[in-house]
Design a binder for this molecule. Structure first.
Ligand SMILES: [Zn+2]
Length: 507
């Protein structure tokens, strides 16, 4: 007889249902695993055998054949231990009457206890989509698993707990209120607040627009202008995550092993600051055992590149594709994985090598050609993907002395951002997007309709600045966000004119 137990395998941030078939044949004792297992799955043989024996159960006399089906999918990770062990125990005659709608996920210790595994949210989510109605997971993963609604989750501490669940003491199902999780954590403290940034009204407004519409932004300014501080303040004005976004982000952090088992739902938008010495694999993702990179960990949040010009050209250039598509495909020898990467790129740079070009008090010592060469490290196609490019001049001593002691707080700015995002989420309820920055060319035609005066203005501007189609569309998206911040249903001329102020390379 053959016993079947259901489990799952991750693929990117999704997963597939896997059938574990167990048979015992008359041969030398041992376990043989077939069906494209990787090393970690192969090592399950030793863990499973020890765990079964040390839990007080008997191991079959004969050779155990484990087949993972479908065979053409690569199986990685340690979550196969539990379904293999449970399957062997049942095949060996133990009374464990689970059916084909029940799945098992978990790594076993040699003593039979179940250990935390990565990727439980995508695994359980995929199982639910495949029609599975019950899943057993390690106790520490139970809350994360229960974020998936519509599937019964049992958290077990030990292999023996699952056997006794069917015989003497049933486990109780883990239930979480996902909306409660989200609401509880949406208001939080931030280290940096715009109220502590003096002056810089224009830059602050630009960051507010960026946050409201999810736009990429580049700030150029001398050392001491506060551009890095303002980039850090950005986290404090980002809107809370919507449930769909939170789940998507949680899947990413789950497969990356970066979740907190007590508070498994990601409730804050990520803010990832990356240094220019980081490897391209670290930024983009990949490696022999592919992992999401910083651009994926920044999904639905911010990727901050300080001193952007210092990043290796090849790293900056690989950012172009995910900036355009909102995802990254990592190719491997046998197959490829796809990770989402819809992040807001926030860059900061000096205006020239010495840092003081255009400064009101300090003299720039760079030659013209040095400045040009410095700036050309950011390619045209990359700059094309940045909606707001602004100068952030350093305040003079006098301006610093005269500026008010306290500026508008982040929480006041955040209210306007949230309002603008609400308008967008209502407008795009039937679309697969959340923000203006994600509008496709087709959607721009639908949602960025111009009146006659605005149409004329854009015609003239296109000619004057030789706007490419891509730049033209970027200006419309930006104007759409400015209109939303002003609660205006339509894009007006004033919104377009304002949008042009935030592209210093154009005007
Ligand atoms: Zn200079």
């Amino acid at each position: 007889m053959v016993t079947k137990a259901i489990t799952a395998a991750t693929a990117g941030i999704n997963s597939h249902k896997i059938e574990v078939e167990i048979d015992v044949i008359n041969s030398l004792p041992g376990i043989n695993i077939v069906g494209l297992p990787d090393n970690a799955v192969n090592e399950a043989r030793e863990r499973v055998r020890a765990a079964i024996k040390n839990s007080g159960f008997s191991f079959p006399q004969g050779k155990v054949i484990v087949n993972l089906a479908p065979a053409d999918l690569r199986k990685e990770g340690t979550n196969f231990d539990l379904p293999i062990a449970i399957g062997i125990l049942k095949e060996n005659g133990l009374e464990i009457p689970f059916d084909s709608n029940t799945a098992f996920l978990g790594e076993l210790s040699l003593d039979g206890s179940l250990r935390y595994i990565n990727g439980v949210l995508p695994l359980v989510s995929g199982l639910k989509d495949a029609g599975i109605n019950t899943v057993f997971v390690p106790y520490e993963n139970a809350k994360e698993a229960a974020l998936v609604q519509g599937i019964q989750v049992f958290g077990a501490k030990h292999l023996g707990d699952i056997v006794s669940h069917y015989t003497e003491s049933p486990l109780s199902a883990t239930i979480v209120d996902i909306n409660d999780f989200l609401a509880k954590n949406s208001e939080s403290e931030y280290l940096f607040d715009f109220k502590d940034v003096k002056g810089q009204q224009k830059a602050k407004k630009a960051l507010e627009i960026a946050a409201a519409g999810g736009h990429n932004i580049l700030m150029s300014g001398s050392p001491g202008s506060g551009k890095t501080l303002m980039a850090k303040c950005l986290a404090s004005i980002l809107p809370p995550l919507e449930l769909k976004e939170a789940l998507e982000l949680t899947k990413i952090y789950s497969i990356s092993g970066l979740l907190d088992s007590k508070e498994p739902l990601m409730t804050k938008r990520p803010y990832r600051a990356v240094h220019h010495t980081a490897s391209s694999t670290g930024i983009i993702g990949g490696g022999s055992n592919p992992k999401p990179g910083e651009i994926t960990l920044a999904h639905r949040g911010v990727l901050f590149l300080d001193e952007m010009v210092e990043f290796p050209r090849n790293v900056l250039e690989v950012l172009r594709q995910p900036l355009e598509d909102g995802e990254i495909v990592i190719s491997r020898a046998k197959n490829s994985v796809k990770y989402p990467a819809k992040f807001m790129l926030v860059g900061a740079m000096n205006p020239c090598p010495c840092g003081y070009f255009g400064d009101k008090e300090k003299q720039c010592t760079c030659a013209e050609y040095q400045i040009q060469r410095y700036r050309s490290r950011l390619s045209g196609p990359l700059l094309d993907r940045i909606d707001l490019i602004i100068n952030v001049p350093r305040l003079t001593t006098e301006e610093l002395m005269n500026s008010k002691t306290e500026s508008e707080s982040s929480s006041a700015i955040r209210k306007r951002v949230i309002n603008a995002r609400k308008i967008q989420s209502i407008r795009y309820a039937q679309e697969d997007i959340f923000t203006n920055s994600e509008l496709s060319t087709k959607q721009i035609k639908k949602y960025c309709v111009l009146d006659n005066a605005s149409e004329e203005f854009m015609k003239a501007a296109s000619q004057k600045y030789q706007l490419s189609g891509r730049k033209y569309n970027r200006m419309l998206k930006l104007a759409r966000t400015i209109a939303d911040l002003n609660s205006s249903d339509n894009i007006k001329l004033e919104h377009l004119m304002q949008a042009f102020q935030y592209r210093v390379d154009i005007v």
